[in-house]
Design a protein around this ligand. Sequence first.
Ligand SMILES: Nc1ncnc2c1ncn2[C@@H]1O[C@H](COP(=O)(O)OP(=O)(O)OP(=O)(O)O)[C@@H](O)[C@H]1O
Length: 469
Amino acid sequence: MNHERVLVVDDEKLIGWSLAQMLTGAGYEVEVAASGNEALDKFESFRPHLALLDIFLPDMDGIELLKRFKAADPEVMVLMITANAQADFAVSAFKLGALDYIGKPFRMEDVHQMVRQAFDKKRLEAQVDSSSRGARRQFGRDQLVGNSSQMIEVFRMINICAESDVKSVLILGESGTGKELVAQAIHHHSARKQEPFIEVNCAAIPENLLENELFGHERGAFTDAHREEKGTFELADGGTVFLDEIGDMPLPMQAKILKVIESKRFRRLGGKEDIDVDVRIIAATHQDLPRLVEKEKFRADLFYRLNVMTIHLPALRSRRDDIPKLVDYFIDRLNDEYGRRLEGIAPDALQLLMRYDWPGNVRELRNAIERAMMLEQGRVLSVASLPAAVRAEQSAEKADRPGQDAGPGGVSFDLLLEDMSLEEMEKHALQQAMARAGGNQTRAARLLKMSRDTLRYRLKKFGLHETSN
Ligand SMILES: Nc1ncnc2c1ncn2[C@@H]1O[C@H](COP(=O)(O)OP(=O)(O)OP(=O)(O)O)[C@@H](O)[C@H]1O
């Protein structure tokens, strides 16, 4: 016995009895009620995890009963049974939290399958919930931190989008700049905040499954489609769909997304009728969309449609003023999460964090602090606990100040290699300077005592890769 309790509510005694037989045989604890009032009493005493609820009862309408069940226990799973699966009935049942409905006459195996899937889903959600609570324990949900002028502009745009309820928003920015946090902030500050926020990572889902994920399917739409299933757009009705990595979305899907934004309707896979939805689409990408449009990898019409409300998230290296605040914020959070009592960061360590270019942006900064906190033995974060890439700034800094640490002759390059032509030596020096400067051309030019333009010219001449500036 698995102690999963099911209450069957049906005034047709034979149906109630047959369902009870089948479910008991499958290992569930089952009670049956033949009227609304009897169902309310049994609900109280039996406390079912799942109710199979007939919409037409002699003394009470099933929708009313659904409401009362949900009020008594919001966690209870309800599957509605109905002779005529009218769309408006289904919509109100779903809005009130019913999981699905079964049309009469039904096959026992189908009911069994739906009940089993409902319990499976519940168990999965419980697992996800506890592991995400675990993750939160480890590293709670972040707030957007920053008071640079660029971030103040981002906050202003978030407010405008949240208040205006525009139907689509585009968020652009390098990886790790906080695009997802911005999308969540827009949702949580908008009138839609009580409704779902559902994220779909367009790059992570294979092309052939993406359409099903977004739009769902009708029963029989493909071989394994044993029953209809709602997709993201239907599940998020009233709320927000966050399409992350939209630059990776296949072209045919882009056309369908455009249609949903414009007409607010779509069809399930294998569906013959349009379904109306009211969702806000927030799309994000780290890719250069205009470039993708040029290369015909992204539809121009979708780009123009999305590009009405656009939020540009600046790279961390272009708003270094935010670094001290972010560092304090992450140290505080991690102190809580790990029960540590670090008092802050040493000035020379902070200086290195401010100099580093952060190609992985805030995500990389957060990871660097988390790692440093694991290693740090002292009361403040010190240079020694920072990642090697960040510490490399230290040598670049020393090299930047010839005469102090690099010996009386300034920076010494390892040039005199045997069998090297003058040209090869020059190339070698350029490579060494670029490596020491961590790819920063201004710094490399200073090391070689040449102007940045000369450096760029020579890099080009030798076909060397120009990294950052
Ligand atoms: N301004 C910020 N304040 C606090 N934390 C931030 C900020 N920006 C980003 N983060 C944190 O950095 C990490 C990456 O953020 P997020 O996932 O939102 O970035 P993203 O731009 O969506 O990245 P990707 O393009 O890789 O999906 C998250 O842990 C997030 O909480």
